[in-house]
Design a protein around this ligand. Structure first.
Ligand SMILES: [Mn+2]
Length: 397
């Protein structure tokens, strides 16, 4: 069987809303021509409460998939709840869609509508011409709880099937920022293929001697230097145990660094304009990120370098973002380490980190699931309901 791995569409992503929709649609459409099964390891949506417009985008895309003549079918489902389709489109929610336990997230909604099968804390078996592929999933959760959930769930492969383990977490070997992140050898053993989402750039590695694949997001989100390669998805073929990467059309991304040395602000602006004009010459309205680093000429202050109007000047030709991260004046070094640490986690996870730190500091009993408490406190809805939920979680376990 051919298994397509597509991840992190981020439908509804404010900054590049139309790109997110178009690129997700193209990736899914192409994958459904090339593969028998589609696996989506999280972050279909950018937000746990997408607007009706964004939900409509998702429904339109997935409904088209459900009309195709799929030869593979979901023949077995093992987990809470039930499935509402046999179509081999299998997904889990990611961290962006995460809500408190026992509350519907937007991926659940697509499942309820019969547009996909949600294997969060569940296993689905897909069959085609007598061949079976089993997909065991764990939806994206806060990093510090993942090991505990793995232990409790104890995911095991299914006899007589090609076994896939699908999850949505940071992996320490790729992002060595926190001891909470799972290490590759702590992932459950015995699966034939490991599939992760969450990480937005493509990765190919091995876990317990078996392929470990991350397709990366279909839309640009972080504007990092390493994101200049084209987006796409993997297709894994169980008959040859090999895989290939399929590119999709996506908006071009150009990342440039400008080093300045005792430069006058007008000179810096001129150089930036030159970079933008060159990078946008093809007329395809690329995303251009420019990082300015170095020192201004003596006598000039940081505020003299006013770049705020530049993006607007070129908005018809390019989407421009300028970071003046390292620009110094009078020997003051810009503190950038905090910003860098922040770049690697979502605002929500950053908030959760602070919340957990404060709870630990105040010697709060961590056994009462602080992540659940955070989800409840940060959820939408009536204040009364939220406080009641939080009190229940604190005092009734
Ligand atoms: Mn993501």
């Amino acid at each position: 069987m051919r298994i397509a791995l597509l991840s992190d569409f981020h439908l509804g992503y404010d900054r590049f809303r139309e790109d997110a929709r178009r690129q997700a649609e193209e990736a899914l459409e192409l994958a459904s021509q090339l593969a028998d099964v589609l696996l989506i390891p999280g972050d279909i949506f950018d937000n746990r409460s997408p607007s009706p417009d964004v939900l409509a985008e998702a429904i339109n895309i997935f409904r088209e998939l459900s009309k195709r003549q799929w030869k593979a079918r979901v023949v077995k489902f093992d987990g809470k709840g039930e499935t509402h389709t046999e179509i081999p489109v299998i997904a889990i929610p990611g961290t962006h869609e995460r809500r408190a336990q026992n509350v519907e997230d937007p991926v659940d909604l697509l499942g309820l509508a019969g547009l996909l099968v949600d294997v969060s804390q569940a296993c689905a078996v897909v069959e085609k011409d007598g061949e079976r592929v089993a997909i065991r999933g764990i939806g994206g959760i806060s990093e510090e709880r993942f090991k505990e959930v793995l232990k409790a769930e104890d995911p095991r492969p299914v006899d007589g099937a090609f076994n896939v383990f699908m999850f949505h977490q940071s992996v320490y070997e790729l992002l060595p920022f926190s001891q909470d992140f799972i290490r590759a050898d702590e992932l459950p053993d015995g699966f034939d293929l490991y599939v992760n989402g969450h990480i937005h750039s493509r990765f190919e590695g091995r876990v317990h001697g078996k392929p470990f694949l991350i397709s990366g997001s279909t839309v640009l989100t972080q504007l990092k230097e390493g994101e200049q390669e084209q987006k796409g998805f993997f297709v894994f073929d169980t008959s040859t145990m090999s895989y290939n990467y399929n590119r999709i059309n996506c908006r071009r991304f150009v990342h440039r660094k400008i080093e300045i040395e005792a430069a006058e602000p007008a000179r810096v602006e001129e150089e930036i304009r030159k970079v933008i004009e060159e990078a946008s010459a093809k007329g395809d309205r690329p995303i251009i990120r420019i990082e300015v680093d170095g020192k201004l000429k003596k006598g000039f202050k940081n505020v003299d370098l006013n770049l705020s109007g530049l993006a607007k000047d070129y908005e018809d030709k390019a989407i421009v973002e300028i970071s003046r991260k390292g620009v110094e004046n009078a020997g003051i070094i810009a503190a950038d380490s905090k910003r860098q640490a922040f770049d690697n986690v979502s605002v929500k996870d950053y908030g959760l980190g602070i919340f957990l730190e404060r709870l630990r500091h105040n010697e709060y009993d961590m056994s009462a699931n602080p992540t659940q408490l955070f989800e409840l406190l940060s959820s939408e809805g009536s204040r009364e309901k939220i406080v009641k939920g939080a009190m229940d979680s604190l005092f009734n376990g």
